[in-house]
Design a binder for this molecule. Sequence first.
Ligand SMILES: Nc1ncnc2c1ncn2[C@@H]1O[C@H](COP(=O)(O)OP(=O)(O)OP(=O)(O)O)[C@@H](O)[C@H]1O
Length: 253
Amino acid sequence: MAQPLLDARHLVKHYGSVEALRGASFTAYAGEVVALIGDNGAGKSTLVKCLSGVEQPDAGEIVFDGSVTTLPSPVAARRLGIETVYQDLAVAPDLDPAANLYLGRELVKPGPLGWFGVLDKKEMRRRATESFRDLGVSLQSVDVPIGALSGGQRQSVAVARSVVWASRLVFMDEPTAALGVVQRERVLDVVRRVRDQGMAVVLISHNMPEVLAVADRVEVLRLGRRVARFRAAGTTVEELVGAMTGALPQEDA
Ligand SMILES: Nc1ncnc2c1ncn2[C@@H]1O[C@H](COP(=O)(O)OP(=O)(O)OP(=O)(O)O)[C@@H](O)[C@H]1O
């Protein structure tokens, strides 16, 4: 197999007396969807935080694109092309989808107007429309406030926002939580398209059928450690659940 894009080795993270990660390893390759699964409290969010610059591991090593690296902040992670879509949907409801896509990274007009911080709304709208089209995000209009969209559309915009900025890897924490069947499928289609563009997509999900439907590989965390890895094809929900609960023998990788 090719060199991993991201290879986290034996990460340890304490919160006071709680050992959230106890030597957790995790690997992601370009052009794949890898699901990160585990029971509540297994350490998934903590691992993602450590790999997206939100938290610092106490020990262990992060190798990105073949080089040992540190991610002292989310900005540092972004510089490497790593973005995160959060479960709590950090979109601004009063802004339209295009403005949400560029929130915090607005384009300014070229030339002197830009020096004064005048926003280039037309260009942002044009590029946003293009990005939504490329990602298959269906919106009737890019002019309505995002609060007026359906849950699935909002979620798709949140996914699109991260994807537009990510160039190498995107973490998606429960991107389909609380969505209906049709909306869920739409978001999963976006996930597949992102993968097909060559990015690594890390999907955190508690929904095992969904994991098997969209992921190429699955890595399982249990009690702060990676305990199993699967190719999704040919793996059953029972096997995944067995690995999560410790009913199956563990890899301890
Ligand atoms: N900021 C924190 N302070 C103290 N303990 C924490 C903190 N964040 C996480 N923990 C603890 O670390 C362990 C791992 O939590 P984490 O949120 O990473 O698990 P998770 O696999 O994402 O769980 P879930 O599926 O429930 O979201 C848990 O025991 C949790 O209580």
